[in-house]
Design a protein. Structure first.
Lengths: 347, 347
DNA sequence: TGACCGAAGTTATACGAATAACCCACCAAA
DNA sequence: TTTGGTGGGTTATTCGTATAACTTCGGTCA
């Protein structure tokens, strides 16, 4: 059925009429939790009328009076389409819903104009705040209009340092990954990075920094011949793993700064008729859902805390945090599988 | 800065005061596109005041008067987290934005209560319609409240047949996949399905139906010894491909009903020291972004039209389609890579 | 001279809900 | 008999915008 176009359902006035009371009474009965200002009889008549008519409050009327809507804007450059980052929007939405708020979401695909336009629309809806999420961790320029609202940059950092950010702790991640291998007993730990350091990519720079720090803390020097910088693809992982493992001084373990690179490394190890983790231990990064668990052996890796970051970003908005450029870094948890063991005894 | 809580920006009254006109004049100048009821001078004063004050219309006040909001609800069971289905929300959002609408999105994780509650909130925001999206193609029960709004089921079908649906054309996809192999010259084409037919899973049932239809059309019989039903994991793909290829009457081509299964098949082929496509041609399904392009050789497969489906669903809402149970099936385009060639000449 | 017109605005009201302020009947205490 | 309190409501107003209906003024035409 669905009626022939119920322009907009029943209002409080309709309920009031049906219950034989005034509109104010309906409002008060429905909203004032404790104040037992009305007789049980009246309350019941109101509630019955509400059910009978299928009354639903008009959120816009409420917002109009109260000034702020129960919505949070979520602007992403391509978050929803990026396989591993989809979780970020889910985390944000979860947290928002815990406070009864909905997410007003837009994917801009990086289009600055669409970005501005949709932000504008969001603001006209009086959102409680805006989460500005990026597909991958970097330093970015936020749109001007963001300055006027409560907002948080997610999975990136505001280059201008005016908006607070939530991002993964890359350094700590790189440190933990390397430490995992060192603690297994390895002393020759290679690294295959996703990008050059000059790229400035926080993931590349940070994870490498963590790698160095862990080695240093273990009293080991960073051996440049054990480090390679690629472009994140598995073909680079393959190539560099091949180079490292066939060198005169091969590592017994490799930290691949992303899982795709680790996949390439797996193939290289296989082609060399070596085995993981027997001959080479490998640690990845990203915990790519469609890859890491399915490699043989399962890839030990670190997870980017997308859900947690999404949650945290919304939380900052709900807490009405100071609008400073603070960057909150979140831990990347270790996902233990089977690609790491202690090194073979040297003959 | 951001002021110390600008309760809510300037209103039309503020603009009117600043421009020395009445509120109605501001409204009329801003909205009536053509009607040149006002002098150029007045219009300019209004526009200047708008810019000077940074006025932005209050969407809620507008909705309150007009009855419908510029928003579309999007309810997904786990769409955003599912790697390959994230695109579905992107398609929906794209199309919505083309009409200036925003998406009010919720991921329910399958929780019926959250589903009802968030749907309720959406309705109280007077959304123009609701898209109810599922992670994978099936027949489902839609929430009661959906009946009262314009709505569309996405990537699934309303079991009760009351709400229109948009879903991939599995039969046609299975048909096209099989045909691709037949046209390459294969006559012994195996199939590794994702599920049993009893499961009723449209992807499993439909793709198999398409497979049979293609064979039949080519004048070939369906040979049960060439067909296997698994559980969609790559371990089943591996196992069944192994069985098929080591049988007394091995196929020269295999249609794997999903890419993960195809991955398993790749491993089986590799373990048998055979090659793809030289010894065995393979076609997958799903075009899983993190897998299909990276296999060696690249996997020829079919894409689930997530973006297109998302777009179409929103379009149906915008077009105010009849609320019948019509199911709109969308084509799965072929993604050609390098896992198919003609069969070897038999010795 | 009066009737009428169009241009350029203004006034008043409605949308739906929340809430401050008020009202009234009834009973108790002084 | 007045004063006061209290239970159980109602009235009136507000939020910001859109728009129907009205006003005012200067001309034009017969």
């Amino acid at each position: 059925m669905a009626g022939s176009r119920p322009k907009s359902g029943p209002t409080m006035h309709d309920v009031a009429a049906a219950a034989g009371v005034s509109q104010a009474t309906v409002s008060l009965v429905l909203n004032s939790a404790s104040g037992s200002r009305f007789s049980e009889d009246t309350r019941k008549r109101v509630r019955d009328a509400v059910n009978r008519l299928g009354y639903r409050t008009n959120a816009h009327a409420k917002v109009l009076r109260e000034g702020v809507a129960g919505m949070i804007g979520f602007i992403g450059d391509s978050v929803a389409t990026t396989p591993f980052a989809g979780a970020i929007i889910e985390g944000a939405q979860q947290r928002a819903w815990e406070d009864g708020l909905l997410l007003l979401a837009v994917n801009t695909g990086g289009d600055r104009q669409l970005e501005a336009a949709s932000l504008d629309t969001m603001l006209s809806y009086k959102v409680a705040g805006v989460v500005y999420a990026a597909m991958y961790h970097r330093r970015l320029e936020v749109p001007e209009a963001l300055a006027g609202v409560r907002s948080v940059v997610l999975n990136s950092q505001d280059r201008a340092g005016r908006v607070p950010s939530v991002a993964p702790d890359e350094v700590k991640g790189g440190y933990a990954a390397t430490t995992r291998l060192l603690e297994a007993g390895h002393t020759k730990v290679g690294m295959i990075n996703i990008e050059t350091l000059e790229s400035g990519l926080p993931a590349a720079v940070g994870r490498y920094e963590g790698y160095c720090a862990a080695l240093e803390e273990a009293g080991l020097d960073v051996d440049p011949s054990l480090v390679r910088f690629g472009q994140g693809g598995e073909e680079h992982g393959y190539k560099y793993a091949m180079e490292l493992l066939t060198s005169s001084n091969p590592p017994t373990a490799i930290f691949c700064a992303n899982d795709r690179g680790a996949w390439g490394a797996y193939q290289a190890v296989s082609d060399l008729r070596l085995s993981i983790p027997g001959d080479v231990s490998i640690v990845g990064f990203d915990n790519q859902a469609t890859l890491a668990p399915f490699l043989r052996p399962g890839l030990t890796t670190f997870e980017l805390p997308f859900v947690a970051m999404g949650r945290r970003a919304v939380e900052l908005i709900l807490q009405d945090a100071e609008p400073d450029g603070r960057v909150e870094l979140m831990d990347c948890p270790l996902i233990e599988r089977n690609s790491v063991t202690h090194p073979k005894e040297m003959p």
